[in-house]
Design a protein around this ligand. Structure first.
Ligand code: ZN
Length: 467
């Protein structure tokens, strides 16, 4: 049950006997064995952690104070598989692939996933007023190396966990932290998310966001999750930011390394950096001529785009145009198709944009003549081969780039397709402003904290009480 919130007290428990031992060694070396004997006794006693009898008060550490914060935290079990798609999205996914407009017509925000409700209860033995905040921890690897921590105020008994990978087993627990820094952790629990192949993403302020990953390929593989996301624009005309602060944090938590922008300069404005943060590579690459798939403008743009997608160092990528439907939809069709996603699922993915607030409904006829028919007419036994050959022979994309995209995005049969936490090791960089976790009341102080501008996690060292 060790966790890092227990480290300060545990550290102290180790430090006290260590100091005593050092003193002892020093005294022994000086030949004052009598004093040394006196120091030995409390070392043994404090090491077992239960009693701290003292015989010589002036040389002993203080008796430990009565504990002021004692409680138990119990989490509420979830029934697996836990859904991540809404009922409406599920109905669409289970239906014939081209009928999205029976369910959504691009007018409302229906694209978000279902958050996973992590709930808990707390029983206090001592010091309910000493409770300051909770830390909810979620991880997938048994060594916890991909653990994500979320801080919530003392009045919370629930945390909404968004954007989980589909078809994945998660571990979680909740830790209550008291005013003196002492922490009480719940036991760990597990749940598994439902596996319906489409991983919808909630980025506050932005519509129509989803992961390309999760989909099955026709040869029994999968598209890897957590590497390529598609969605709507994050800013417009240079300086107008459309994504909220919470949305930016969500993108940071997804570990986005590149923002790939397919808009024109008129739409995007001139911008040197991504609104996600200075550590995110902003790549402006207009996709021109996409309404005529065979035009030289379109081919030229696609060549430049695939040159970017072939670089593994660009990932995870957030790609978008304005509403993330037509230009973005074309690139996603090609990437998914190249990796072996079935034509039915390619349609489902393209038409899923109708679940976002994209303005006008998108119907299959919009792309059928433009590129669907042309790809189907290319040479090749499978659909993936047809896409590959079209991009190689007609568009002129080098095969090493096509092969690289497949290698990066496709989990071959029998290999893992989940990549829950792709954020690389880094030193947290604190935001300039605090975020209030809990407001002060007449009886308890408030809590505020700064989040990291790289990974979107709260930074423990910045936690402050406010009057
Ligand atoms: Zn960080």
């Amino acid at each position: 049950m060790m966790n890092r919130f227990e480290l300060p007290p545990a550290g102290l428990r180790v430090l006290v006997p260590l100091l005593a031992l050092l003193t002892l060694l020093l005294l022994v070396s000086c030949g004052t064995t009598k004093a040394g004997d006196e120091t030995t006794a409390p070392v043994a006693e404090t090491t077992d952690g239960t009693t701290a009898e003292t015989t010589a008060a002036e040389t002993e550490p203080d008796e430990p104070a009565e504990p002021t914060f004692v409680c138990t935290v119990q989490t509420v079990g979830l029934t697996s598989p836990v859904p991540t798609n809404t009922e409406l999205q599920k109905t669409y996914l289970a239906a014939a692939p081209k009928n999205a407009t029976n369910y959504a017509e691009g007018k409302q925000e229906l694209s978000r996933p279902v958050p996973i409700k992590l709930q808990w209860t707390v029983d206090f033995e001592v010091g309910e007023s000493e409770l300051r905040y909770f830390v909810v921890r979620v991880w997938t690897k048994t060594d916890k190396s991909d653990a994500r921590e979320f801080i919530v105020g003392r009045s919370a008994r629930e945390y909404l966990f968004w954007n989980a990978c589909v078809g994945q087993k998660f571990f979680w627990n909740v830790t209550a932290v008291g005013a003196d820094g002492s922490a009480v952790a719940s036991a760990q629990r597990t749940f598994r998310t439902e596996d319906l192949s489409f991983r919808m993403i909630y980025v506050d302020g932005i519509t129509n966001v989803r992961d390309l990953g999760g989909k099955a390929t026709e040869d029994g593989g999968r598209i890897r999750q957590g590497l390529m996301y598609r969605g709507a624009e994050l800013h417009k005309e240079g300086t107008t930011v459309l994504v909220s602060k919470a949305g930016i944090n969500a993108l940071r938590q997804l570990g986005i390394k590149s923002e790939l922008d397919f808009r024109t300069e008129t739409e995007a404005g001139v911008r040197a950096t991504s609104v996600i943060g200075n550590s995110v590579y902003y790549r402006f690459q207009t996709l021109s001529g996409s309404k005529d798939f065979t035009s030289s403008e379109c081919r030229s743009s696609l060549k430049k785009i695939f040159a970017i997608l072939a670089k593994e160092s660009s990932y995870p990528i957030y790609m978008h145009c304005m509403v993330g439907t037509d230009r973005t939809g074309l690139v996603c069709w090609l990437v998914n198709g190249l990796c072996g996603v079935s034509e039915d699922d390619l349609w489902r993915d393209y038409l899923f944009s109708n679940f976002g607030a994209i303005g006008d409904p998108r119907k299959p006829s919009k792309i059928q003549d433009n590129y669907v028919d042309k790809l189907a007419a290319a040479s090749g036994k499978t659909y993936a081969e047809k896409v590959y050959n079209y991009l190689k022979d007609t568009v002129g994309i080098p095969t090493y780039q096509l092969d690289a995209v497949i290698r990066i995005m496709k989990a071959e049969p029998g290999t893992t397709a989940e990549n829950y936490n792709p954020v690389e090791k880094h030193t947290h960089k604190a935001e300039s402003e605090f975020t209030v976790i809990e407001k002060a009341t007449s009886t308890s102080p408030g809590i505020r904290v700064k989040y990291c501008t790289v990974c979107g996690s709260y930074i423990p060292a910045t936690i402050e009480e406010t009057p």
